[in-house]
Design a protein around this ligand. Sequence first.
Ligand code: ADP
Ligand code: MG
Length: 683
Amino acid sequence: MRGDLLKKELGIFTFQDLLEHFPNRHIDKTQIGKINEITQQTEYIQVAGTLIDFEVFGERHTKRLVAHVRDNTGILELTWFQGISWVHKNLYVGSTYLIFGKVGFFNGKPQIVHPEIEVFVPAVADGKAFLEPVYPTTEKLKARALNGRQLSKLTYALFTVLAEKDIEENIPMELVQRLGLMNRYLAFRSAHFPQSDESYKQAIYRLKFEEFFIAQVRLNLIRLQRHKVSRGLVFERVSDYFNGFYNHHLPFQLTGAQKRVLKEIRNDTAHGHQMNRLLQGDVGSGKTIVALLSMLLAADNGFQSCMMAPTEILAQQHYNGLSELLKEMPLEIALLTGSTKTKERRRILQGLLDDTIHFVVGTHAIIEDVVQFKNLGLAIVDEQHRFGVAQRAKLWNKATIPPHMLVMTATPIPRTLAMTAYGDLDYSVMDELPPGRTPILTVHRHETARASVMDFVKSEIDKGRQAYFVYPLIEESEKLSYEDLMQGYEQVKSFFPDHKYQISMVHGKQPADQKAVNMQRFVSGDTQLLVGTTVIEVGVNVPNASVMVIESAEKFGLSQLHQLRGRVGRGTEKSFCILLTGSKVSVDGRERINIMCATNDGFKISEKDLEIRGPGDIEGTRQSGVLNFKLASIINDKDLLELAKLEAEKLLHEDLEINMAKNLLLKRYLQLQKGKTSWSKIS
Ligand code: ADP
Ligand code: MG
């Protein structure tokens, strides 16, 4: 019964789960407050009071039980909405109880809803631990009397039967000693029932380190073993394709960052182990050319390459861009998407099979089983956060020896997040923009200033530039988003009459080919304005566009705003990003807008995003599981994470198989966790 509730409400299935259900904080049991000391500022209070009455009011779901307790200073009201019959059965008027809970005020009088309550036993000064853990619990559990106190008793009881050997050390002794870590058994014990503030601190430090360390060992094990034992294709030659292009067709000098990443890629692919590299580069940092040069490297070694983009528009654009760059090169490139016509499709499938097509750019269409290669050597995934791990794995299976993988993302990821969410990949950062860019000026304007915003946009267009207007996708209702967009379109049209200005519109409801046509008209400069939803978010490259107007900007997340802004500032002209909002903006919304106005640095923005939203919410990391730390936080414990990574790598460099005697405990722990079965069930 209780077991069921614990499972349902807190996810506690086993003793280990119970051990890992850590208290939020501890209270000193000897600290008993007085009722008349409660003020509006009091958050939690613990009092000892005698029950004077209780009464049930209301019917069914309005039913509540109100009780009063008295100490020698005043009277406090207690209320239950659930578990009323339990209160009826178990509390007695005239008995004295120890009561703990969060204070609220109702009609000016203090009260506690669903207090923790137990028979009061005066604390005896027996020198025992008196820091009592307070556990996170739920209203339902509280109402069933399985409150924090009960959990505490359960956990305490568990420790009376657990011996040191039952909570075995999992960090090598040498490391425990060198870092001065508390041993594992003691750490668990002290996290729940500390002897002092100091021992609590040490326990938490140790447990956080353990969480990071174990995760880092796991992730780096995958990464380092791949370097050592995985089989991979060897790109040993740098020859005519690469050099020919580099020397004669490269339209600009590579940035230092681009050169460094290329070196990393060459190094990764030269040694017979599979490359699995994440390339992070802020919007506009020039990832495409790095991708192309890598593809040329593959071609020099007799291999085909594919490049996947998340949308048809992007695939088309990559195809156009790459075809243009390659037009003087004796290489065949094809575009394969959902809307490729049957005949062309057949031609491409054949060409990939007989190796007359060297490069294929496309959407998800590329991973379909019918697409077979003669000799796939390199698979590139652009804008990675829209592709899942499973989809990447499908690419691996298109060759007997898995192709090298280059995953590119324009959503900068804070280092700590990358270390945990993508710790199994190698990663490169391009933290330098090509020269000659003028920074984008970002401003916030209220709806009331729309007319002057429109005038400004007009003046830019009259100078020969182009502009975007983006409307949010309303998650709950596609219909509403669509209506918003249509209204917006009409509004823009009223400012930009069609005898003088041309407008393209793109949105998710359009058939792909229509979308592509509209987009293409903007890309080619036939239209000066592009009105759309976030479908234009990723990758689109129109260097002549200099204004990005984001409507209802408060409705967008930070990384999305940054992505959208990245659509301008791609040419040499000064560019502008205008964030339009109504007059009412939430606190979070305002913070996002302030950050956007303050910086253009994608990495800074991603750090802020992580702070505001927490790691669980960052796109693409949700399912990864590696972020489920119970105590440690990649936001607040960065230094500890760095330390854990360093130590994990050090250990693996010395003992990649984890076979040395001194690492035995760690090995055993990892094996145990793999087939993580419960120690024993709570019934
Ligand atoms: P992203 O990293 O966002 O995918 P792109 O690859 O689309 O960026 O490049 C953005 C723009 O910068 C393109 O117009 C590209 O031609 C240009 N570019 C890339 N590298 C350089 C460079 N080293 N010097 C000058 N321009 C560059
Ligand atoms: Mg790109």
